[in-house]
Design a protein around this ligand. Structure first.
Ligand SMILES: Cc1cc2nc3c(=O)[nH]c(=O)nc-3n(C[C@H](O)[C@H](O)[C@H](O)COP(=O)(O)O)c2cc1C
Length: 177
């Protein structure tokens, strides 16, 4: 079985979380990690679990405008050109494929909104099965770093996802054939 982890990141925090999630998944299945600018336009047919992660910008997914604003905080952005929002806009339907989403956000409840929630909504419209769930991971400020323990949380969540996906057959069209 195979998982594909697609992430967007400006300053590296979401990438660190994505790496840890991919690592946790590897305890149970093959797991490939890819930055959103290099993500495939169509989901490869051998993907059993798609995991999508992005930083929360303006209460949701980044846009060209929020990425420009991020560039004012640090010129060497990882996902400068495109984000999860644009990738999901062009992704074709993928009925029954299981998916999980995560985001990074500023902790302590100072700001709200969740990129993971927005990404999940879009994936659901594309027919994916979002039952594996979603998570938020906390940063201490706009450019990071991550709060203590977040990398470990991410690795544990990846492992949990991997265990859930490998122990339960998909509900999609393949499962009812
Ligand atoms: C333009 C911009 C808007 C942001 N808006 C929010 C927000 O609405 N809520 C929030 O919790 N964090 C917000 N943040 C903080 C980001 O979530 C934080 O920069 C991100 O988690 C860092 O991850 P990264 O290093 O992978 O980009 C914003 C950051 C930027 C640059």
């Amino acid at each position: 079985m195979k998982a594909l982890v697609v992430y967007e990141s400006m300053f590296g925090n979401t990438r660190t979380v994505a790496e840890a999630v991919a690592d946790g998944l590897r305890a149970h299945l093959d797991s490939e990690l890819v930055e959103v600018g290099a993500a495939p336009a169509t989901l490869p047919p051998d993907v059993d679990l798609l995991v999508v992660g992005a930083p929360t910008h303006a209460f949701g997914l980044s846009s060209a405008a929020t990425r420009r604003s991020a560039a004012d905080r640090g010129p060497d952005l990882i996902s400068r050109e495109t984000g999860v929002r644009e990738w999901l806009e062009d992704l074709p339907l993928a009925p029954g494929v299981r998916a999980a989403t995560f985001d990074t956000r500023v902790g302590s409840g100072r700001l709200t909104g969740s990129a993971a929630k927005r990404a999940a909504r879009r994936l659901r419209r594309l027919g994916l099965d979002l039952s594996p769930g979603r998570r938020s991971f906390w940063v201490t400020g706009t450019t990071g770093p991550l709060e203590a323990g977040q990398e470990q949380r991410a690795r544990a969540w990846g492992s949990e996802l991997g265990a859930a996906v490998t122990s339960r057959p998909a509900i999609g069209p393949d499962a009812v054939r």
